[in-house]
Design a binder for this molecule. Sequence first.
Ligand code: PLP
Length: 391
Amino acid sequence: MEESNKYLMNTYNRLPIVLRKGRGMKVWSSDGKEYIDFLGGIAVNCLGHCHPNVVIALQKQAQRLLHVSNHYHIEPQIELAKILVNNSFADKAFFCNSGTEAVEGAIKLARKYASDHTSAERFEIITAEGSFHGRTFASLSATGQDKLKKGFEPLVPGFKHVPFNDIDALEKAVTKNTCAVILEPIQGEGGIKIPSYDYLKQVRQLCDKNGILLILDEIQTGIGRTGALFAYEHFDMEPDIITLAKGLGGGVAIGAILAKDSVAASFNPGTHGSTFGGNPLACAASLATVGTLLEDSFLLDNCRRIGKYFMDQLENLKNDFPDTIVEVRGKGLMIGLELTKEGGPIVDLCLKKGMLINCTAGSILRFTPPLIITEKEIDPLIEVLEDIFKG
Ligand SMILES: *Cc1c(COP(=O)(O)O)cnc(C)c1O
């Protein structure tokens, strides 16, 4: 840990353990202590740690082919695109390596589409306050949290922020130069904020009326996290573009943009690209992850069922500690527990008790565990939280 601080840039507030090994719901630190993982790499390890299907797919692919340029056709990339397209609103996929890259690409695609179909002046993008879309410049510009932007100005021009879940505010922000709206279907980093059922449908209608593209950032909500493969499915509407990353690779770095044909057509050779995007190794891991999620019906069923169980237990805690807990929010296994106080000290205490949890937006405990979680992991966490809240 001393060397970590000596040799690495100080960009994270790391907890004082070194994690060395993981299996399923558990991880172990270098001193041999066992932890139950309720964070899952922030919604990344959707099948749990080192799922055999993912590990075997990686081993096989590593022996066959690690990397070739996108100047050639790549088998696992084609297979992955096919499974994502066949199970979504989309017709086409583009692969990159992370969430922020997917958002950058989606923003480029939306601007290119507007420039192809109307005019290059149509570059404005409306996004939500409290949103999180990534750390590179366009994604950061889209992000609706000033504290993340401080010191990095000037940002990319053309982004406007409106309150989340407020259709009137969005409508007022639209001008003849608006080319896209980008929203998380459920805000993750912003504190697990779920819009009303009608909101996204109303946004869809507003976009249609004005010829505006609707981008949903499903980097955190996608790949089964909310109990459906994609969160937009809960809201009875379809976007034009979605961005994916986090859970997409089951623990391996990969990002994607999915879009309808009419929109995807604005990317043609030379307009966008990535050296590593869609590489055989990452695509093999992702194919195994998405394939497992779709074939093993236990996983999505469990996500919905156990997610409800988890939230019921948290609701019971709320009844016992009304002065500490403000609200329980969530969908599937994307769950937030809003506190009346800072969540950081609770995360530290949970760590001491062998439970990895997270706090976002200051006072919201966040749980995004692997979709394989059962009562047998949740019950001890609830006991630990109860002890902590008792003081
Ligand atoms: C994590 C996240 C990102 C950024 O992903 P990175 O892989 O860290 O670049 C973007 N949007 C949402 C909604 C996220 O949760």
